[in-house]
Write a protein that binds this ligand. Structure first.
Ligand code: CP
Ligand code: NVA
Length: 346
C-alpha cells in the first residue's frame, strides 16, 4: 500500500506537475545540458549561489529535503562526484545511498527495467555514473523518479554547472567570456559544447586529429552558437585556440575506460600540455579550470598550483551545483538572494 502511494506520488510529480507548472523542473531528468534552456541553467546557478550563501556564509540550517532518499548507482570510480552528492544531500536533510556494481543485482541477475521500477518505489531520485549514455536514457524512461547523470562516456553536465558557477563567482558574469578547451574531445567537452553557447560564452576547442568531439554534439553546438550569437571554433593547434581566451580548460587525456589506449594517447597529445609558454597567448585575465583528477603531463605544476588556477573552488562548487539540481527536480524553491547578473555590465 505504502509503495503504491509512493509510486503514484512520484508519477504525479513527474508528469502532472510539469504539465500544469511548465516552468517547474520538478520530476524532470537531468541527463544532458541539451535538455535545459538558458533560463533553466541560470536557475540552477542562481540556486547554487543562494544555497552556498545561505548555508556556508550565513550558517543557515536548511533540511528542506528531509525524508527523501537518493539512490546512487556508480559503475565507475569517483572522488568529487560521490562526495558532493553524499554531503550535499545530507546537508539538505536527504539520505544518499551509494550502490556500486558489487552491491546490487543489476547487470548480473536483474534487468535495468526491473531495477528502475524497484528504485522508483524505494527512493525519490536516482543518480547514476555509467559508461553508456543509453543506460541513462533507458533508466529514465523506466523510472518514475528523476534520474541525474553523474557522468557517462558521453557527458558530464553536473561538472559544467560547477565550472559555470566558478566562472560567475570569479568574473561576476559569464556572457562573452572566451573559453579555450585544450585536450580530448571527451564527455566534459561535450557538456561544455552544449552549455557554453546558452550562457553566451564563446568556445575555441583544440583536439589532436582523431580525438574530436562527437559530430552530433558539434552539430547541436553549432546551432546553439547561431541561436545565442556566440563563436564556436575548432583547432588542431592548441596555441591558436588559446589566443586571447579568458578561460583555459583541460581534462585527462585518458578517461575512465580508455586505460588500454594510454600509450597511443600520450603520443597523440604531445604539445597539448598547458604551460607558461602556452598561457602567455591567453588574455591577461585568464584563469585555469580542470574537472580533476589531474596528471602533470596535461598541465604543469606551475600553472595548476598558481593563483590563476580555480580548480579547488571548482571542486567545491560541485557540491552547491549538485544540491541546486537535486532541489529543483524534487521541490519548488525560490532563492532568497538576488539573481546574479550573468551579463557583463560595461
Ligand atoms: N570531476 C569529477 O567528476 O571527479 P570524480 O571522478 O572524482 O567524481
Ligand atoms: N573525462 C574524465 C572525467 C573524469 C571526471 C573521465 O571520463 O574519466
Amino acid at each position: 500500500m505504502f509503495e503504491l502511494f509512493h509510486f503514484t506520488k512520484s508519477i504525479f510529480l513527474k508528469v502532472v506537475c510539469r504539465k500544469f507548472h511548465p516552468n517547474s523542473l520538478i520530476g524532470k531528468d537531468f541527463l544532458s545540458l541539451r535538455d535545459f534552456n538558458d533560463l533553466e541553467i541560470q536557475q540552477f546557478l542562481w540556486t547554487a549561489y543562494d544555497l552556498k550563501h545561505r548555508i556556508k556564509e550565513k550558517e543557515e540550517y536548511l533540511p528542506i529535503l528531509q525524508g527523501k532518499s537518493i539512490a546512487m548507482i556508480f559503475q565507475k570510480r569517483s572522488t568529487r562526484t560521490r562526495l558532493s552528492i553524499e554531503s550535499g544531500a545530507t546537508i539538505l536533510g536527504a539520505h544518499p545511498i551509494f550502490l556500486s556494481n558489487n552491491d546490487i543485482h543489476l547487470g548480473v541477475n536483474e534487468s535495468l527495467k526491473d531495477t528502475a521500477n524497484v528504485f522508483s518505489s524505494l527512493s525519490d531520485m536516482i543518480v547514476a555514473r555509467v559508461y553508456d549514455q543509453n543506460f541513462l536514457t533507458t533508466l529514465a524512461k523506466n523510472a518514475s523518479v528523476p534520474v541525474i547523470n553523474a557522468l557517462s562516456d558521453h557527458s558530464h553536465p553536473l561538472q559544467i554547472l560547477a565550472d559555470f558557477l566558478t566562472l560567475q563567482e570569479h568574473f561576476g558574469f559569464l556572457k562573452d567570456l572566451k573559453i579555450a578547451w585544450i585536450g580530448d574531445g571527451n564527455n566534459i567537452l561535450h557538456s561544455l559544447l552544449l552549455g557554453a553557447p546558452k550562457m553566451g560564452m564563446h568556445l575555441n576547442y583544440a583536439t589532436p586529429k582523431g580525438y574530436e568531439p562527437d559530430k552530433q554534439v558539434v552539430t547541436v553546438a553549432m546551432e546553439l552558437s547561431k541561436q545565442y550569437h556566440t563563436k564556436l571554433r575548432y583547432f588542431t593547434d592548441p596555441k591558436e585556440a588559446i589566443k586571447d581566451s579568458n578561460v583555459v580548460i583541460t581534462d585527462t587525456w585518458v578517461s575512465m575506460g580508455q586505460e588500454d589506449e594510454r600509450d597511443k594517447r600520450m603520443k597523440a597529445f604531445e604539445g597539448y600540455q598547458i604551460d607558461k609558454h602556452m598561457t602567455k597567448l591567453a588574455s591577461h585575465d585568464w584563469v585555469f579550470l580542470h574537472c580533476l583528477p589531474r596528471k602533470s603531463y596535461e598541465v604543469t605544476d606551475e600553472i595548476f598550483y598558481s593563483d590563476k588556477s580555480l580548480v579547488w573552488k571548482e571542486a567545491e562548487n560541485r557540491k552547491w551545483t549538485f544540491m541546486a539540481v537535486m532541489l529543483h527536480l524534487l521541490k519548488s524553491y525560490f532563492p532568497r538572494n538576488f539573481k546574479p547578473n550573468f551579463t557583463k555590465i560595461d
